[in-house]
Design a protein around this ligand. Structure first.
Ligand SMILES: [Zn+2]
Length: 304
């Protein structure tokens, strides 16, 4: 028998959870009390934020996305500063903690990882509504991705399909081959090149980057990626975003723009800005560039 530190009742040892750090190998409070405690915590603002944050980490891992671009404390500061969070929390509390009204976080674009520019505070019911709406509008492509059929000669888009399966139905080319081709594991399928359909934003970014790379080359700067073997499109979104930072820096270089101003504009850390500029071969007057190897750089999951 052991006395619970919370309810002070003498209980069987089986009523206590294990904890190898403690001398008797058991938690000091009984399972019932600990459960009540954690339930109470999950009904507090801090508890909800903790829950949301660990959920986001789990989801990112499952979807092979980058980890959230912010720390738990940064998320907390942000949520606590949003009046909508306090409003939704109050509604949830007033409803007697109805699960559908529990505050949660939703991504504006499901393909982009968790970052402040891509999240909004909502409730579970609204989340579910949005999911149903997206599915109805063929927008939720987590399992179904739109593909484009491209000409072998000039890479121009000939036709778009809502999925590889749909492309198979309409062209008779195997969906598996099309998918392999989209993943760049096959050079072509059925006499065409294939890629996942790009959004207008991605296409605009690619054009912007192509122009910027030329500018950088003309200025004698180091161009990201190997220049002898130009990288195949699509340029990854994170690279595109780095390029925007470089672009912004170059455009405002003469105004003596500060690293911290760039960092604030794009909601990333000062070090990230320095590293991006360093990697792009852009020098920063008055500030020593921090040396980061490419391998080290890759490891850090850059995103904002
Ligand atoms: Zn107890």
């Amino acid at each position: 028998m052991k006395k619970c530190s919370i309810c002070k009742e003498e209980k069987e040892l089986i009523e206590f959870g294990k904890d190898s750090r403690l001398s008797d190998g058991l938690k000091s409070a009984c399972k019932d009390c600990r459960k009540k405690e954690s339930e109470a915590y999950h009904k507090t603002k801090n508890g909800i934020i903790s829950q949301i944050y660990s959920g986001q980490k789990r989801t990112s891992k499952k979807r092979k996305h980058r980890k959230p671009s912010y720390s738990k404390n940064e998320l907390k500061d942000w949520m606590m500063s949003e009046p909508i969070f306090h409003k939704l929390f109050k509604e949830w509390e007033d409803s007697g903690y109805y699960s559908g009204l529990k505050p949660s976080i939703d991504r504006t674009n499901d393909y982009v990882p968790y970052m402040f520019s891509n999240i909004e505070i909502t409730t579970w019911d609204k989340n579910r509504d949005k999911l149903m709406f997206d599915i109805a509008n063929n927008k939720n492509n987590k399992t179904k991705k739109a593909v484009s059929k491209l000409s072998m000669s000039d890479n121009s888009v000939i036709e778009n399909f809502s999925s590889a399966k749909e492309a198979q139905r309409k062209t008779g080319i195997f969906a598996t081959s099309i998918t392999q081709c989209c993943k760049e594991k096959l050079p072509h399928a059925g006499g065409f090149k294939w890629e996942y359909k790009k959004t207008d934003r991605e296409i605009a970014l690619e054009l912007e980057i192509a122009g910027l790379k030329d500018q950088l080359k003309a200025a004698g700067s180091v161009v990201m990626g190997s220049s002898s073997k130009p990288r195949k499109i699509p340029v990854t979104l994170s690279e595109a975003q780095e390029q925007i930072v470089v672009d912004y820096y170059l455009a405002n270089k003469d105004e003596k723009i500060k690293i911290k101003d760039i960092a604030a504009k794009y909601n990333i850390s000062d070090n990230k800005v320095s590293d991006i500029l360093y990697k792009a071969g852009v020098r920063i007057p008055g500030k020593r560039n921090r040396k980061v190897t490419y391998a080290e750089w890759r490891k850090k999951n850059w995103y904002w």
